[in-house]
Design a protein around this ligand. Structure first.
Ligand code: F6P
Length: 498
């Protein structure tokens, strides 16, 4: 129910995290600053135009704060207790769903108490969103942490238009079927009018799960949902590949101070002929170990020489209390230490390793400094780092080595595509990137930039919201393919349109 007496909103965004970072001043007081993510950049204009509100967690347990405003955006914090944090966030979200949805690279753990907490926390998010939403409002729910929210909202507020976007892969049925609560998750998502996925494959996997687990008829991309006591609804499930704020990255890259910083980075590294870069959350899905193995072997075989090449690896801290992440950090840091011990010289370090997150300016300086960006994820919904690199390289230089298991590889076909499990293949791609003639580098980068600039995050959000509007109005013939690369194009079967 909407809260009588409070200002209600026509547009509500719901995500696990609010788009804010906190910092603690010397006197112990906390200040919040807007985090620089692409999602917030894309949604800000819509939020402003519709006086929208964002519902989410501030990222720390046991913090109860009242709704507040930042840069004209209304934020409604959801409090999570220490136990919510442990069972919902670290447990069910990041030790059950995350590994399950990423090809079981790490074994998922199934615990009933975690599931119960996931249900309870999803209900809390749904109730908070319902309390903010005006009659007939649009609510856009994000990501795997909140898959039950669409159905919960549909039941309490049938007047709402509900969208859901899954930022991570949706697994093939053979893997998804392991989940003891698989039917509840699928029915939870089906509360939405439109369910967006990163790739064609993810949307296909979801439709197959619907067919295996429910009696709802599907005809790609539509699913006819009949729940007891409710009118039959048509739900659209289709890909909307997310992107970055391309213009924002280019603007930063063109700034003289950012370019000076890029030059400084190369100098500080000893001006090697080739700078390679890896930028990831420290996560087992990112294939950091595979990349290090390939680089270590190239050094050992003397196909590359530490005097002329350096790998800068930024591994930002993530989910640090979840066991798989604790082991991963030990493993990666041991490998970095070994490679540096074996190959670095006093003047040249093989791997410059950084367990930090950096502000966007510094990231763009690193992108400009890097001759090669290595993205070797074993599975990744999209991989926005690849698109950020391309968006930043207005000089049309730099080579992207990109895993074919990322969503980005559907679109960035002119990257050097690799199977990260094939270490020899990764090594050959690195050598090819080092040797690539300038003309070929710029031809490839130009083609990739065209794609990223044309399909930036604003286009992504407006495509999604347009589809949502048309779907809710039952105008299925108006939601034909929009700006997807050819291989992603969908044709909507006219029989669904009236
Ligand atoms: O898209 C994947 C995702 O889990 C987002 O939902 C999340 O904001 C980001 O990665 C970082 O993860 P976390 O919020 O667990 O630190």
């Amino acid at each position: 129910m909407a809260n009588p007496g409070t200002t209600l909103h026509d547009f509500v965004v719901v995500s696990n995290r609010l788009p804010v970072d906190h910092s603690i001043a010397d006197d112990g007081s906390t200040t919040w600053t807007r985090s620089p993510g692409g999602l917030v950049a894309a949604l800000e204009p819509v939020m402003r135009d519709t006086a929208g509100v964002w519902v989410g967690w501030v990222g720390r347990p046991d913090v109860e704060i009242a709704p507040f405003e930042i840069d004209g955006m209304q934020l409604v914090p959801i409090a999570l207790s220490e136990l919510d944090h442990e069972h919902y966030y670290e447990g069910f979200c990041n030790d059950t769903l995350w590994p399950l949805y990423h090809d079981v690279i790490a074994p998922p753990a199934y615990h009933r108490v975690w599931w119960e907490r996931y249900v309870a926390v999803n209900q809390r998010f749904a109730d908070a969103a319902a309390a903010e939403a005006a009659e007939g409002a649009t609510v856009w729910v994000h990501d795997y942490q909140l898959q039950l929210v669409p159905r919960m909202l549909r039941e309490s507020r049938p007047d709402l238009t509900i969208g859901f976007f899954d930022h991570i892969p949706f697994p093939p049925y053979g893997i998804f079927a392991q989940l003891p609560w698989r039917t509840q998750i699928v029915e939870g998502l089906l509360g939405a009018d439109v369910i967006g996925f990163q790739r064609v494959a993810d949307a296909g996997n979801f439709s197959r799960a619907v067919r295996r687990l429910t009696a709802h008829p599907t005809k790609t991309p539509a699913i006819e949902v009949s729940w007891p006591g409710q009118p039959t609804r048509t739900v659209i499930a289709r890909p909307f590949p997310i992107s970055v704020d391309a213009a924002g990255f280019e603007t930063l890259a063109r700034r003289a101070d950012v370019q000076a910083r890029a030059k400084q980075i190369r100098e500080d590294l000893g001006n090697p002929r080739t700078v390679m870069l890896g930028v990831d959350r420290l996560d087992y899905t990112k294939g950091i170990g595979h990349r290090l193995k390939a680089f270590g072997e190239l050094l050992a075989e003397k196909r590359v020489d530490v005097e002329s090449i350096t790998l800068v690896q930024v591994a930002s801290p993530s989910r640090e209390r979840v066991e798989a992440y604790v082991h991963l950090r030990d493993e990666i840091e041991l490998t970095v230490g070994r490679i540096n011990g074996d190959f670095s010289t006093i003047s040249h370090t093989a791997i410059s390793y950084h367990h930090h997150g950096y502000p966007r300016e510094e990231m763009v300086a690193l992108y400009l400094a890097a001759d090669i960006l290595l993205v070797t994820a074993l599975r990744d919904g999209m991989n926005l780092v690849a698109k950020e690199y391309v968006a930043s390289r207005f000089d049309e230089d730099g080579v992207l080595v990109l895993s074919e298991f990322t969503g980005a590889s559907d679109e960035l076909k002119r990257a050097l595509l690799v199977n990260p499990h094939d270490i020899d293949g990764v090594k050959d791609a690195i050598v090819a990137a080092i040797r690539m003639p300038a003309r070929e580098r710029s031809a490839r980068m130009r083609a990739m930039r065209k794609r990223v600039i044309e399909n930036d995050v604003n286009r992504w959000s407006s495509n999604f919201l347009h589809t949502l509007e048309q779907a809710r109005a039952g105008r299925y013939d108006r939601i034909a393919p929009q700006h997807l690369p050819e291989e992603l194009e969908w044709t909507i079967d006219r029989r669904w349109s009236n």
